[in-house]
Design a protein around this ligand. Sequence first.
Ligand code: ADP
Length: 491
Amino acid sequence: MVIAQLLINVFHLINRFLATEGGELLKIFLELILFTIVTYMIISEYGRSKKENLKYLMLGFSALMIDKLIMTGVLCIIVFGQVKLYLLSPYLPILDNTLELFALILLANGFIYPVFADKFEKFKKKVSLELGVLVFIAIIIEVFWLLKLAANPTAFFRVEVGYLFFLLLKILVLFSPVFYILKDFNKAGKYATEVVIAFLIYMVAPIMNVINFVFFNSVDGDLRIIAHPFPFLSILLFTSIIFLKLVDKATLRVRLGQAKQQYIHEKELGEMKDDFVSTVSHELRTPLTSIKLYLALLKQGKAGKLSRKQSGMIKIVEDESTRLKGLIEDILGLSKLEAKKVRLKIEEFDLSKLIKDNLYSTVAEEKGLKVINNIPKKFFVRADINKFKQVFINIFHNAEKYATSKITLTAKNLKKEWLFCIEDDGPGIEKDHLEKLFDKFYRIEDYRTSSKSGTGLGLAIVKHIVELHKGTITVESLPKKGTRFIVTLPK
Ligand code: ADP
């Protein structure tokens, strides 16, 4: 209880001290140091990032700094030079209030900038208009004040209507960011709540001064004393917000630097891998061509007549080497697509003809599959014909592998795109696998135990080709019902 009373007394003592000229000098000097540090921090950040909102904050804090610099000088003269304030009174009160308002307008706009981010021109006009109105009002108040001083040299600015105007303007300027931030809170950035609180705290002082003006003719000492610390507290809060914002930015910059470094490293690794893959694949192609050539010679009996058993074995070797060739082609093709070394040759062609020419397949025949081709005749699309053929073959061969009785092909000419579907009535694909289906080497079945051959590269190639055309590929599948691949090509 005693300690609480003591603290209250100390608080009152400090407040009273702050309301004296010496106390005011101390407070303003502290503010000057604070603003100089913050202005320096913002200027150096603005130099780096050139962000528009920093410009407003920078100008705002600079204006506050200049205001405090002038006021520190003036108070030094008053406190140490024993000069009376009224000698400076023709310009000082208006200059002080105008500079403070000028700074508050810029600060308020600096903090609400994110809310206006997409309406920048409107925002700029708003700031210019506010500053223009302020200067206009300040000039009018100055003129009236000079007239008043001419009539009565000991007049007191705090009882003038001009002062009331300044107070009301301050309340308005301080309220505007609160309004804009609360209206669009989600857009207002990370420290929106703190900014609102800081503006509200600042607002307490002009509100109290208005009460003092209206009810006590601005002479109530206690009200003035109580009002004093609020702007200072608010400024402390603003400073900490700015500090936190700048720290956030610095951390972000460090992270960005690290991410960039990692990206460059991964890109280099990727390029090395691509080079490696394409070199190895090329090297594998040459012996494979020889193997195929000698197999053909063996089959033709150039090394003597073959027994049935030998022919059977050679057939297996031939099939496997064909598979190996397919795999090498796929790897090479995919690495070229991934390295973006592929150029499209876009031309107009008849999709129905392309499909018809490539529809014949022994697999479908052996499995007795019914292929229902619903693609309209003379269905012209624009794409790279060879690449699109590969898209069709890769999806169609999968459908053949999995379909139980039929495969349906459809195409639609939509407003902005061509749509092409291949649907089978096979076992379908579980939901968990769907999103990974287009990853390279992704296969649902285990290749060691599955009867279905494949490499897991077909759909990855398809996706790359479709995306190169700026089209899309999607898959819809229901287990036990079937699978549908949908390709769209933009017109
Ligand atoms: P693969 O060469 O192994 O067929 P893909 O990339 O073409 O490689 O396909 C990846 C995997 O997607 C296949 O292993 C298969 O499990 C699954 N898949 C593709 N098409 C179908 C389909 N129509 N029905 C069921 N599963 C399919």
